[in-house]
Structure formats: structure tokens, C-alpha cells
Design a protein around this ligand. Sequence first.
Ligand SMILES: [Zn+2]
Length: 256
Amino acid sequence: MRAVSVSTDALVVTSGFWQTNAVALRAGDEAMLIDSPYLPDELDALPSLLAGAGFEPDGLLATHADFDHLLGRLAFPGKTLGLCESSVERLHREPGGAQRALRQYDAEFYVTRPAPLALGQVQGLPVPGSVEIGDRELELHPAEGHTPDGMAIFDRAIGLLVVGDYVSDVEIPWIHEGGSVADYRATLARLAPLVEQATTIVPGHGAVHPRDTALRLLDEDVDYLDALERGEERPLPNGRDSKAQRSIHEENLTRV
Ligand SMILES: [Zn+2]
């Protein structure tokens, strides 16, 4: 697990697994954690890491309801988890789905955990909308298409945009179950002007980007979606042409 401070009020924690990013934000004496690292040891170390850096969270947010972004509760069992309303609906449509997916991947990679994932009560947030943290406002923007749910979180005051599973340098656009190419395109179009106004862009997986890199990845992702809809066999962008990404492309081909 790597923790990198991207501003005095923002810390990005990157998991050793899938390069999954979590973002801790603070304003005054309030702090919030967006998404989560993945591995049990990382979740175990997270409370003292955040407390030591002055980011002990008062609440949790997740960009979308994929299991690998919902693990904050394992590190902070008592904290409120805020999700966009489309994510709350998805959890209700698929009861136990996140827990099943986590168990399945843990079994595949021989990962054991001290406790099962309990999501308990989640708080649904209207999106578009905003949440307050200290004296700052976090803008919530819809980000669907990878899955049927999701939001991007923009801390405009510090120029930090947390996008969820979009604009990644390690993952191609992934049209997961319930997602769609049309929604994915709409999200990229919505993210483009936000990226223009941001200085730091944090994807769900992979490197944290400066604006120019994120804009280049957005272009590559639109080109990829064009090629996907033409049914091309090997349209993967440079640097993302791995076996794992080719199998995501195979899955995507079944959804166009
Ligand atoms: Zn993810």
C-alpha cells in the first residue's frame, strides 16, 4: 500500500492489488474516505495510517457499488457509508452481490479476511448534488456506463477529481454487467470539462494523473469505444494491451 499526498488536504492510498485507489480528504477538523484499499493487511493498517497523517475519517464514500470499492467498512465499521442513489438501488437489486463477488475473488487469490463484509445501513446521496466536508463542498456528478451506477466526486476548491472506474492508465473502458457503451460515452463527455477544470485526477485503478494525461486517456477511451462498436478484435490502447485487458475486451464485445 502506497500513500501519496496530492495536496495538503488530500491523500491518495493505492492498494498493492489492482492498484485500487482510495482518497482521504480533509477540511478543517473533518475528514472523509472515498473508496478503499483491497488487501486485509492494508485495511488493517489504514486507520493508524490515516490517523497519523491527520485524515481520520468521519464518514465514508464510494464512487460505485463494485465490491472492490466498498471495503472501507472493514477498516471503519462504525462509519456511515454514502453512495449515490443509483448505487443504493443496485445494492438492493443484488442483495449480497458485493459480498459474493468479494468471496469469489478472495477464494481465487487465496486471500483470507478476519471478518466478512457487512455493509449495514448505507446513505443514498442525490446525484447530481453535493456533500459538505468542513467548509468545502464536494460536487457529485453521475458516472454510469462501467456499471449501472456511479458518481465522480469533484473537490473543486483543491482541484481534485475522483472519477471511479474511468480514465485509467491500467484498465481499458470496461462495460461491466448492467453498464452500457452509451452511458459510458455520456460519462466521458461529462468528465471532459471537469478534467479541464481539475489539476489532479484520481481513477479507481492506476496512476494519479495531471490534467493533460487524463485528457489524453479520455481521447484514447473514446477511440477505444469507437473501435469496440465496430467490433474490432485488437483495438487496445498502447500500454493497456495485456492479457487481462484483452479478456475485458472480449467481455465488452458481448455487450455491444
Ligand atoms: Zn474497480
